[in-house]
Design a protein around this ligand. Structure first.
Ligand code: PEP
Ligand code: MN
Length: 353
């Protein structure tokens, strides 16, 4: 159920409707859009009696949402959601593409700083690096944990990059929320509903990766879990799905980008690194992702991938990342998007010295 307010409804009118919804025992989610605010109602088991809401001042209409998800839907918000980072020009979902780059895992301070300097110089606004690694084998590198989070906090200070890193459970989520700018929920946890709800109770943007066999609807429902707890800053990410194909690690499903954009106002990124598992496919599929209309990319970059502790095979060299940015800049213009110039880096000389 959705209450659509009139275009010029006042804040008080929106508040009064929210209070009414809450007094009926439901949860109200006011989502402001460009032309009007819509208020999603959750917590109801059946249909809400619309009568009293329809009569309230400022209300244009009360509509039933037949889809199993509400808050992620364009029904609640027609225009695209843009996620901004106060005090910076970094964003997801705006004309500027949101570009995240960095190693799969933080291995040492030196490794992290070497890669961060290069991706900052190339123009990325976000640095990625795993502190907690969900590995297929329990004997593989599991991440440096808190030490890695502290290294990334230093990287934010030094290079002005916003930090994106994965939380794998309740405990790591608390720490990631404290240290990072964006909480990543990985493919393996896309349907970890208690983790999704906990991420929904934080006030940091959440990057939600598609599960490796998730349908579009399951993917959107996972995002709905986060939003239903009151955190509306969700960024979706296609990272490849399992198929019979064995020429790549996963099959990057670029068709989900326009499919998501048709149904949802949330930004969607593409991860060509996990999506292919092969270094030589990362550039071609990054170009394709921008061409198909993705709102940004998340790319694994390593200065010495042969010795990387995780995902070396799919990590590109910093020089290749420079090339990637140059290429997608040209393609972005065709689809009316933009790739930002590198941030001025007064601190880079200092970093190198
Ligand atoms: C990652 O980004 O390093 C990662 C583990 O991704 P995914 O959850 O998509 O496998
Ligand atoms: Mn990885």
């Amino acid at each position: 159920m959705l209450v659509v307010m009139r275009a010029h409804a006042s804040e008080e009118q929106v508040r009064a409707v929210c209070e009414k919804i809450e007094s009926l025992g439901y949860r109200a989610h006011p989502i402001p859009g460009e032309s009007r605010t819509a208020i999603g109602i959750t917590g109801n088991r059946g249909a809400v009696e619309p009568g009293s809401l329809e009569e309230m001042t400022g209300v244009q209409e009360v509509i039933y949402v037949t889809k199993p998800y509400k808050l992620v839907s364009r029904d609640v918000k027609e225009d695209d959601s843009v996620i901004r980072f106060p005090g910076t020009d970094a964003s997801f979902g705006a004309t500027d593409l949101g570009i995240i780059a960095g190693p799969c895992g933080i291995e040492t301070r030196e490794q992290a700083f070497t890669v961060a300097e290069r991706v900052a110089k190339a123009g990325a606004r976000f640095f990625r690096g795993g502190a907690y690694k969900p590995r297929t084998s329990p004997y593989a590198f599991q991440g440096l944990g808190l030490e890695a989070l502290k290294i990334m906090a230093e990287i934010r200070e030094r290079f002005g990059l916003r930090i994106v890193t994965e939380a794998i459970d309740n405990e790591s989520l608390d720490l990631v929320e404290e240290y990072a700018d964006v909480i990543q929920i990985g493919a393996r946890n896309m349907q970890n509903f208690s983790l999704l709800k906990k991420a929904g109770r934080t006030r940091k943007p959440v990057l939600l990766k598609r599960g490796m066999s998730a349908t579009l609807e399951e993917f959107l429902m996972a995002a709905e879990y986060i939003m239903s707890e009151g955190n509306y800053q969700v960024i979706l990410c296609e990272r490849g799905v399992r198929t019979f194909a064995d020429h790549t690690r996963n099959t990057l499903d670029l068709s989900i980008v326009p499919a998501v954009q048709r149904l949802s106002h949330l930004p969607i990124l593409v991860d060509p690194s996990h999506g292919t598992g092969k270094r030589n496919k990362v550039l071609p599929l990054s170009r394709a992702a921008v061409a198909v209309g993705a709102d940004g990319l998340i790319v694994e970059v390593h200065h010495d991938p042969d010795h990387a502790l995780s995902d070396g095979m799919q990590s590109i060299y910093p020089d290749q990342f420079d090339e990637l940015v140059a290429e997608i800049r040209l393609i972005a213009a065709v689809v009316h998007r933009n790739v930002q110039k590198p941030l001025p880096q007064p601190k880079l000389a200092q970093a190198a010295g």
